[in-house]
Ligand binder design. Structure first.
Ligand code: C6P
Length: 423
């Protein structure tokens, strides 16, 4: 047994919340009630995408069965109902993120599109030759490549704040990089490859002290942590619905209203305009200015249903349950011969990345699949993070509200099977 990083991982414990009735809530997820390879499914890939509770599936079906229409356009009743449901979903997201106004919530396809929107709009308007964008070494490709494209086009420079062996951001190194040339800092709230929870509030203070803005990639945080963008004091916050028990193809970008109002449009089309002539086009108000074309109405309604579902469970209870899973699985995994956990951050959320001595992660994933256990293997779209740890890939088990200690026991038994098969 070896560990990468410091000996002790000081898992922060949640403030409270009552215990989740996981056996009961699993009944809300029809997909979990099936066998794979003759074994009950154990789903440990929520970081890639979460499963969807029945209320989300029903909300989407109900919309298509009763209200389906284009929005903000028709005068007819169905259009009015669809518009009201879509805008109500925006209000649900506003409240979920703790934003001041619904106008600060832009519906997008997901975290990737949200970040590209900021790079393409804020970046195009505010970033020029000699300016600097700072990201961290633990970012997902979605929070690297849009900034690389922006830098190529603008002549700005991309700088990378390093992480340590635990998988924690070196805050003093980050602070040293910030200066008058810094325009924007983009960091994950939670790393998808390491599970690290970044101290966003502290980072925001540093970033604002140098006059730059902070974008937080919340793709891996939104389903797991209590969020309050005003308390975090970030300027932009991005997340995906499908990792938050909602459908694919929908997510949201929060942006402080003064920034969104100043930013130029990103994509052009219907809905983002008030009037168009060949001489002059007048753009719509935020957030509609950033929602060109017919949006994913059903997706927004499904996302709102997912957020209501999570809120009904209580995010403190979710955090409490998942912290227990992280602590229980950490101990269990470290007892597996030849297993190394990659990253031992003191504040970890819902993810364990690991490698087994002498066994390729893909073999681990394939053999576990044969045992009915779904994990993710590969570089997790975080190749620079893998490089930092000198690895091409890891195996990753990630947790959600429906996972149990019994799932982790099955994972550990599955890893014994991996050893048997691989000799
Ligand atoms: N990570 C994973 O298995 P989209 O694809 O737009 O919904 O999310 C992109 C994204 C952005 N940031 C982070 C931190 C992420 O984890 C992801 C998606 C998945 O880890 C798929 S690669």
């Amino acid at each position: 047994m070896t560990t990468v990083g410091d000996e002790q991982s000081a898992q922060t414990s949640p403030a409270g919340g009552k215990a989740l009735d996981v056996d009961r809530l699993r009944e809300d997820f029809p997909i979990l009630d099936q066998e794979l390879s003759g074994q009950p499914l154990v789903y440990l890939d929520t970081a890639a995408t979460s499963q969807k509770p029945r209320c989300v599936l029903e909300a989407i079906a109900c919309y298509y069965e009763n209200d389906n229409s284009n929005i903000h356009r028709g005068v007819h009743t169905l259009s009015a109902r669809a518009t009201a449901a879509y805008e109500a979903a925006r209000e649900t997201v506003r409240s979920f993120l703790g934003a001041r106004e619904a106008a600060e919530i832009v519906f997008v396809r997901g975290a990737t599109e949200a970040i590209n929107l900021v790079a393409g709009s804020f970046g195009r308007a505010k970033v020029g030759e000699g300016d600097e964008i700072v990201v961290s070494e633990m970012e997902h490709h979605s929070n690297i490549v849009p900034w690389q494209i922006l830098c190529e086009e603008s002549g700005a420079r991309l700088r990378v704040a390093p992480i340590d062996e635990r998988g924690e951001l070196l805050l003093e190194e980050l602070e040293k990089m910030l200066g008058p040339r810094t325009r924007l800092v983009a960091v994950a709230h939670v790393s998808n490859a390491l599970g690290t929870v970044n101290p966003v509030r502290e980072i925001a203070r540093m970033v604002h002290d140098c006059g730059a803005v902070l974008l937080v990639d919340g793709a891996q945080a939104a389903a797991h942590l209590a969020l309050d963008v005003r308390e975090l004091d970030c300027d932009f916050y991005a997340f995906s619905g499908h990792k938050t028990y909602g459908p694919t193809g929908i997510g949201a970008l929060y942006g402080k209203s003064e920034l969104l109002r100043e930013m130029p449009p990103w994509q052009g089309g219907g809905e983002m305009v008030l009037s168009v002539s060949f001489e002059e086009t007048i753009y719509n108000e935020v957030p509609h200015k950033f929602e060109a074309g017919t949006p994913n109405v059903a997706g927004a309604i499904g996302l709102a249903a997912a957020i209501d579902y999570l809120a009904g469970l209580g995010i403190e209870s979710v955090r409490r349950h998942e912290s227990d899973l992280i602590a229980y699985s950490e101990e269990a995994l470290l007892a597996v011969p030849g297993l190394s956990l990659i990253g031992r951050p003191r504040d970890k959320c819902a993810v364990h990345s690991f490698v087994l001595d002498g066994i390729h992660p893909h073999d681990v994933g394939t053999i576990l699949d044969g045992e009915g256990i779904a994990i993710r293997t590969g570089h997790h779209c975080a190749q620079p993070t893998m490089k930092r740890f000198g690895l091409p890939a890891t195996a990753r088990a990630s947790f959600g509200i429906y996972n149990t200690r019994a799932d982790i026991d099955r994972l550990v038994a599955g890893l014994d099977r991996v050893h048997e098969v691989m000799g």
